[in-house]
Write a protein that binds this ligand. Structure first.
Ligand code: PAF
Length: 302
């Protein structure tokens, strides 16, 4: 069920092991452990881009060997979402993985991950999992946490690396790991952007040129919010709402400033660091973005 894919690298052709079953990846990791090597896992759904490359590079700073998983997880898509059309580009993904020095890729089929059909035992993400993304996509975080939990149990890495673009997912994964005493260290990696500021996302490829141009409003809001954050939370939210309202294409799902500790909205008079969350629709594509801001008269912004 597993094979190697020959991929072109700057140094010639390399073989990247493609491991298709939990047993194959577990055996591969056992072999790494016998060699005394530590292991990092970077879970992905494939369609890899520069944002994923930065996750893999960060993973390489924390462990001797980096395993990526590429799995479009049916459990985290509701009927009518983009599960079927989600891009599946394993050959191109393998080239990027090889280029950034990944040790192997775990690329199971849905049947290999869910041999008895969709899980009947799932992770309940708790109250935060039903706000923001979880309010709009009710089963999303249960599905995402369930597959992350399975991946952690299958690979048993020392560290696992996730992007800050999915800030709510990262918060919930940290909460799951802490509350279920999972023996892994979670590392968050800052958002990687296109040269014009659009956050890298596998879903950007769905955007038409007009939607792609409109989507820059998210980055413009974050930049203006950073400059205005000393004025306070209501001012920042006003910037977001009026910028989206002024755009012909964008439709706001939510803009909110949340606590890093609780992921709850902060009060209007909040001072300190908090995260501005944005979610908006551009035609049929939903995009999310966020930035950590400093709300205090004298503080600087990240
Ligand atoms: O962030 C993602 O790409 C997915 O939600 C993850 C963590 C790989 C789980 O399917």
């Amino acid at each position: 069920m597993s094979h190697s894919l020959a991929v072109a690298t700057e140094a010639g052709t390399a073989e990247l092991p493609i491991l298709a079953t939990p047993a194959a990846v577990a055996a591969h990791v056992a072999h790494l452990r016998e060699q005394g090597r530590t292991v990092a896992l970077v879970p992905t759904m494939g369609a890899l881009h520069a944002g994923h490359a930065s996750l893999l590079e960060e993973a390489g700073r924390h462990a001797d060997a980096v395993i990526a998983s590429v799995f479009v997880n049916p459990l985290q898509f509701a009927p009518g979402e983009d599960y079927e059309r989600y891009p599946r580009t394993l050959a191109a993904d393998a080239e990027l993985l090889s280029r950034v020095g990944a040790e192997a890729v775990f690329a199971p089929s849905p049947e290999a991950m869910y041999p008895t059909g969709p899980n009947t035992v799932v992770i309940e993400p708790g109250p935060v999992g039903h706000t923001f993304e979880g309010r709009i996509r009710p089963i999303h975080f249960s599905g995402a946490l369930t597959v992350v939990n399975k991946l952690l149990n299958i690979v048993r890495p020392d560290v696992a690396v996730f992007g800050e673009k999915d800030a709510q997912q990262l918060f919930l994964i940290r909460q799951m790991v802490a509350q279920l005493n999972l023996p892994v260290r979670i590392i968050g990696v800052p958002i990687v952007r296109e040269p014009d500021g659009l956050a890298r996302s596998s879903r950007n490829r769905y955007l038409s040129p007009a939607e792609r141009a409109s989507a820059l409003v998210l980055f413009r809001i974050l930049e203006r919010a950073r400059e205005a954050s000393a004025a306070g939370v209501p001012e920042v939210l006003q910037i977001a709402q009026s910028a989206i309202a002024a755009d012909d294409v964008a439709e706001l799902d939510y803009a909110s400033v949340v606590s890093e500790q609780t992921f709850q909205p902060v009060p209007d008079d909040f001072q300190g660091q908090a995260r501005l969350l944005l979610a908006a629709r551009f035609g049929g594509t939903r995009l999310i973005d966020n930035a950590l801001l400093q709300f205090s008269p004298h503080g600087g912004a990240r």
